[in-house]
Design a protein around this ligand. Sequence first.
Ligand code: ZN
Length: 139
Amino acid sequence: MTDLLCPHCKTPIDEHEANRCLDGWVALSVTALELRMYPGALNPHHYPNDDWNKDYEGDMRHTRPVPEHSTDIAAAWDVVEKLISKGLFPGVGYDEETWEVWIFLDEPIEGQMGSHIKSRDPNEKLAICRAALKAVGAA
Ligand SMILES: [Zn+2]
């Protein structure tokens, strides 16, 4: 499998740090938020509020920041739930001070390791984000 590169900074997935760039990548590829880029904005990753319509184009008051998927466990868990809604089967484990996130691409069968994506990191939010991006890239 070829290494996935961040569409914004071109960093390989397994080297990408937990930051707003990764949050934007997850929002774009996993949770499928409609991102709009604002030149010069402090945080370029914004998406429309519910009251968005095209008349507000470029008006920051009608957008909100992308959730902090890679640094906030509540926002990371939204990614896990999104994977479930896509028909994937995530699992989270902890071993030797490192979090492991598996995402099974098919329904798990007792006693068998089906095709799956795995990601390990001491930061469980980062492991979730990396595994999720690999899973949607591979599924
Ligand atoms: Zn990036």
